[in-house]
Design a protein around this ligand. Structure first.
Ligand SMILES: Cc1cc2nc3c(=O)[nH]c(=O)nc-3n(C[C@H](O)[C@H](O)[C@H](O)COP(=O)(O)O)c2cc1C
Length: 407
């Protein structure tokens, strides 16, 4: 299985510190083309390409841009989400490290299309070391007159996972507490400082110059009917070659984890980070697409020596730590899930625990305010579905040990 590098096409070929090498490789040609086309035509092209957001939620990109362009507001903002706090995700980091100019080009085209004069790049706190690379790329573009009045400001996060969620991210930029907001209104109508705002993931924005340059039909022809283009995956865990791989959407999970990353002993694979779905070895034929299984593109492989319950416990403990606390189902739900799973891992389970985990997960899923609380139960429910025996055995052991006086 070979990769198909569209987003990553320049990685390893251009000098990320020197804009000339980007320009020599057709850099900013798409921007020039976009400016000739005009904002409406650019949006129409992105809509026709069927590009969906690569940050996890998969919202159609062109539609979001159109909403923001049509919304009334004194100012409009474009925000690049480079928070990448997802567990097991490192593809945006790779893109920024190796090809910051494509990101700048995507930001300038998106800002032009929606009518924004100011753009922000919200950078994950732990990626502080990428700050100079990004600043230099923006500075070099400004010196060449490429920005044409667009101001691009870099904002660094403070280490909160939830600030990758778009409304918490906007609060963070505004200097408020990193909590999610009630929706509606949605950001394209009322976002940053109450103005129309488009928030796009790094990978989404890097796709933009490629689409404008080669055309929507070319892009829509890659992938599946409802999942156009490629996806960049970050693969880690029990694999021989962890790393960043780009494949057409619709490629099978097997192709990424076995053929490219070299996994040979697979107990489970979690796709989409901490809140992603868990699948078993028998499901590796599943295509990776918005219709089936995707999320942010973080793929974590666990081999047969791993303890599923312990893994799910650690995941939930992380999400509990990172819950912003605004809504009760997530704040209290992640706490109780972590408590029950923690007891189970330490051999102190009870017969009702499975029922408690399942019922609480369902309640959190339907009543939490944002994706964190809504999706936190996903690994719990999936592990209960595919590894129920592990839970039952752990509970039986606990009951037995209590009975004989060892616990
Ligand atoms: C808890 C949580 C964390 C998120 N973290 C990120 C992130 O680190 N990067 C990202 O691009 N999107 C993240 N998202 C999704 C964003 O809210 C939003 O959908 C995305 O930035 C939109 O860009 P896109 O349409 O280009 O995907 C997160 C969502 C949730 C609920």
């Amino acid at each position: 299985m070979a990769e198909k590098r569209i987003v990553l096409q320049n990685c390893g070929f251009i000098d990320p510190e020197d804009i000339s090498s980007y320009v020599e490789n057709d850099g900013f040609a798409a921007l020039a083309k976009a400016r000739k086309m005009g904002p409406e035509a650019v949006i129409a092209e992105i809509k026709a390409s069927k590009l969906k957001g690569r940050g996890g939620a998969g919202f159609p990109c062109g539609l979001k841009w159109e909403m923001a362009r049509r919304a009334s507001g004194d100012e409009k903002y474009l925000v690049c989400n480079a928070d990448e706090g997802e567990v097991g995700a490192f593809k945006d980091r790779y893109i920024i490290q190796n090809d910051p100019f494509s990101l700048v080009e995507g930001i300038v085209i998106a800002s032009f299309a929606i009518g924004a004069k100011k753009a922000y790049i919200y950078l994950r706190a732990e990626y502080h070391y990428l700050r100079d690379t990004l600043k230099a790329a923006v500075q070099q573009a400004a010196e060449r007159g490429i920005l044409q009045g667009l101001e691009i400001e870099l904002k660094e996060g403070a280490g909160a996972y939830v600030c990758g969620e778009e409304s918490a991210l906007m609060n963070s930029i505004e200097g408020r507490r990193g909590e999610v907001r009630f929706k509606p209104p949605f950001p394209p109508v009322s976002g940053l400082f109450g103005q129309p705002t488009v928030i796009n993931n790094v990978e989404t924005l890097v796709n933009i110059p490629r689409i404008i340059w080669r055309g929507a039909a070319w892009f829509a022809g890659i992938g599946t009917k409802d999942s156009a283009g490629t996806k960049v995956f970050s693969v880690s865990g029990d694999v021989e070659k962890p790393g960043v791989y780009e494949l057409p959407l619709g490629s099978k999970l097997n192709e990424v984890v076995r053929e490219l990353a070299g996994a040979n002993d697979i107990k489970l694979v979690q796709v989409g980070g901490a809140t992603g779905s868990i699948v078993t070895e028998s499901m590796l034929d599943t295509p990776l697409s918005y219709e089936t299984l995707l999320g942010s593109g973080a793929i974590i492989v666990l081999n047969s020596t791993r303890d599923v319950i312990d893994y799910v416990y650690r995941t939930i403990a992380f999400l509990n730590e990172e819950s912003c606390g605004k809504c009760t189902p997530c704040r209290e739900g992640t706490e109780v899930l972590a408590e029950v799973l923690g007891r189970l891992t330490s051999g102190d389970g009870f017969p009702d625990d499975i029922k408690t985990l399942a019922e609480l997960s369902q309640a959190m899923n339907i009543s939490s305010l944002c994706g964190l609380g809504q999706a936190a139960p996903v690994p719990v429910l999936d592990s209960l579905k595919y590894f129920k025996h592990d839970y039952e055995n752990r509970i039986k052991q606990s009951v037995f040990l209590r009975k004989v006086g060892f616990a």
